[in-house]
Ligand binder design. Structure first.
Ligand code: ADP
Ligand code: MG
Length: 240
C-alpha cells in the first residue's frame, strides 16, 4: 500500500531523510518512533507530497506519486493525515469539516456526504457535537473529528503524526481507542507516536528512526524487549 524506495531529502545542508526504504502492506499498522528531529514528520509529509523529495520513489497502492499536477490531488486524497495540532477549519461546524472534502474533491452530493459524515462522527463517538464549531470541543473531541474528516475521503492509507501529543492526558485514550478500532478494522496505518501501549496493542511493526535513517524495523515486542542498535537502546532508555 505504501512503498518508499531509496528516498532522500535535504533541507538545505540538512540530510533529513537518508535512503529510506519502507514497505507497508494493506492492513498493516506501522508505528514510527525516534528522537525529536529524526525525520518522522518529514517522512509522513513526503508520503502525500506535502514535502517534495530529492530522489527515490514513493508509491501508494502501486501508483507512483506524481511530482505535481492533476494526479496529485487524487493520490493525496487516498492518503488521510491527522496531525498533532487539531487542524480543523475553525469557521466550519464539525459536520461541515467532515463533508467539505467529499463535496469539493470527491464531488459527493451534499445530502449523501452529510449522511456519511454523521455515520463517521458516530463511529468516533461525537455525532452529538456535529453542529458545534471546533473551538467548542475538547482537544480529544477535535482530534476525533479530524480522524472522521480524514476518513470521509475514503483513504487507502491513514498517516498519524503524533496525534495525541498535544492532548491533555485524560483525552489521550479516547483518541487511541478510535485508532485501535480503525487498526482492527483493517485500515493501513503509519503512526508516529510515543504511546508504547498503542504500539504494543495495535502495531504489526515498529520502525525506529534516528538522524533521518531507518535504524530498526521490527515487531513491537522484539523492538521493546530486545532492541538491536545502540541508538534504539539509548532512545528506549530515555522514554520507558
Ligand atoms: P521529527 O518529526 O522526527 O521530530 P522532523 O521531520 O520534524 O523530525 O524534522 C527533521 C529535521 O528537519 C529537524 O532537524 C528539523 O529542524 C528539520 N526541518 C523540518 N522541517 C523543516 C523545514 N521546512 N525547513 C528546514 N528544516 C526543517
Ligand atoms: Mg515530528
Amino acid at each position: 500500500m505504501i512503498r518508499m524506495v531509496s528516498v532522500d531529502k535535504h533541507f538545505g545542508e540538512l540530510h533529513v531523510l537518508r535512503d529510506i526504504n519502507l514497505e507497508v502492506t494493506a492492513g498493516q499498522v506501522v508505528v514510527v518512533l525516534g528522537p525529536s528531529g529524526s525525520g518522522k514528520s518529514t517522512l509522513c509529509r513526503t508520503i502525500n507530497r506535502l514535502e517534495p523529495i530529492d530522489s527515490g520513489t514513493i508509491e501508494i497502492d502501486g501508483q507512483r506519486l506524481p511530482e505535481e499536477g492533476k494526479g496529485l490531488a487524487g493520490l493525496r486524497a487516498d492518503v488521510g493525515m491527522v496531525f498533532q495540532s487539531f487542524n480543523l477549519f475553525a469557521h466550519k461546524t464539525i459536520l461541515e469539516n467532515v463533508t467539505l472534502g467529499p463535496i469539493k474533491v470527491r464531488r459527493t452530493p451534499k445530502a449523501e456526504a452529510e449522511k456519511a459524515g454523521i455515520g463517521l462522527l458516530e463511529r468516533v463517538g461525537i455525532a452529538d457535537q456535529r453542529d458545534k464549531y471546533p473551538a467548542q470541543l475538547s482537544g480529544g473531541q477535535q482530534q476525533r473529528a479530524a480522524i472522521a474528516r480524514a476518513l470521509a475521503m475514503k483513504p487507502k492509507v491513514m498517516l498519524f503524526d503524533e496525534p495525541t501529543s498535544a492532548l491533555d492526558p485524560e483525552m489521550v485514550n479516547e483518541v487511541l481507542d478510535v485508532m485501535t478500532t480503525l487498526a482492527k478494522e483493517g485500515m493501513t496505518m503509519l503512526v508516529v507516536t510515543h504511546e508504547m501501549g498503542f504500539a504494543r496493542r495495535a502495531a504489526n511493526r515498529v520502525v525506529f528512526m534516528s538522524d533521518g535513517e531507518i535504524v530498526e524495523d521490527a515487531e513491537p515486542e522484539a523492538f521493546f524487549t530486545a532492541p538491536r542498535s545502540d541508538r534504539a537502546k539509548d532512545f528506549l532508555g530515555k522514554i520507558l
